[in-house]
Design a protein around this ligand. Structure first.
Ligand SMILES: C[S@@+](CC[C@H](N)C(=O)[O-])C[C@H]1O[C@@H](n2cnc3c(N)ncnc32)[C@H](O)[C@@H]1O
Length: 267
């Protein structure tokens, strides 16, 4: 529970960073929504993924956004365009691992960049399967396990490992243990989905190390929250040295790695 609260507080602090882009999260989808269908967005954040989905794949008769962060939901509720487009959107505080909806209550479930902080992907998948009607569709995308190899992520994890005992380090690192593509396939099939399609994508670029030294501690704030002031100062100092060393005076290599899961609940 404390882990959930830490993740939620981290997203509360970052609520202003989300919601702006307009590109399609699921360009592979070969269908659009029937306007009578109902839609659930798990980990909806400030409402960006729900807005993008309806923009590219059709409006729903009823849309629900669920998130663990009250700050994100407050921002979502301020998006008046979204409320008008969906003909009524409900924002619900809740956890992907225990969805507060009756069984078979949605036609489509989506989730975008939200399911990497779970204690059990299997449980989240079983929940999504349960709330979908028979024949209902799942479109889900999350940052996959390879993102743990990003140099900036390594720089933070190595800095934490230098400062903390193994016992204290483990639960902190466990807060972000994204699944592999194969793990996602297994969880999706085990939950009872059919027509399972798994896609991966990777994009590489180079970042300014000084900018990452400023920005990343906010993104990974949930990892620093359990530390004392002194520990945090030492970890941030070591993180800074690690980033500069990895960049070797030039830019820091960066990449994004996404896993997309498309599946159907058999009729
Ligand atoms: C990177 S944001 C993405 C938000 C939105 N889907 C978008 O694409 O703009 C991740 C969101 O997932 C939420 N989240 C993380 N773990 C969650 C969980 N177990 N249940 C529900 N929401 C969760 C966070 O609070 C945050 O708002």
């Amino acid at each position: 529970m404390e882990t959930r609260n830490r993740i939620a507080r981290n997203y509360d602090r970052r609520a202003q960073d989300f919601g702006g882009r307009s590109d399609d999260d699921f360009p592979q989808l070969g269908w659009i929504m029937n306007a009578r269908e109902t839609l659930l967005d798990v980990g909806c954040g400030a409402g960006g993924s729900l807005r993008r989905f309806m923009q590219h794949h059709g409006s729903a008769s009823r849309a629900v956004g669920l998130d663990i962060s009250p700050g994100m939901l407050r921002r979502a509720a301020e998006d008046t365009d979204l409320a008008l487009n969906a003909g009524g959107v409900r924002w619900i505080l809740g956890d992907a691992e225990s969805l507060p909806f009756t069984s078979e209550s949605f036609d489509v479930v989506i989730s975008v960049n939200s399911l990497s902080h779970l204690s059990s992907l299997d449980r989240a998948m079983r929940n999504q399967h349960r709330v979908l009607r028979r024949g209902g569709r799942l479109a889900m995308k999350f940052r996959g396990d390879l993102t743990l190899e990003r140099p900036v992520e390594r720089a933070m994890r190595d800095a934490l490992a230098q400062e903390l005992s193994a016992d204290r380090l483990r639960p902190i690192l466990d807060m972000y243990r994204p699944s592999s593509a194969e793990g996602a396939r297994q969880s999706t099939v085990a939950a009872g989905f059919g027509d399972v399609e798994i896609l991966t994508s990777r994009r590489d670029w180079v970042s300014d190390p000084q900018e990452l030294i400023q920005r990343f501690p906010e993104i990974a704030g949930y990892m620093l929250e359990p530390l004392t002031h002194g520990e945090r100062e030492r970890v941030l100092g070591q993180f800074r040295r690690n980033v500069l060393e990895a960049s070797g005076g030039d830019g820091l290599p960066e990449f994004g790695y996404s896993v997309t899961v498309l599946a159907t609940k058999p009729s």
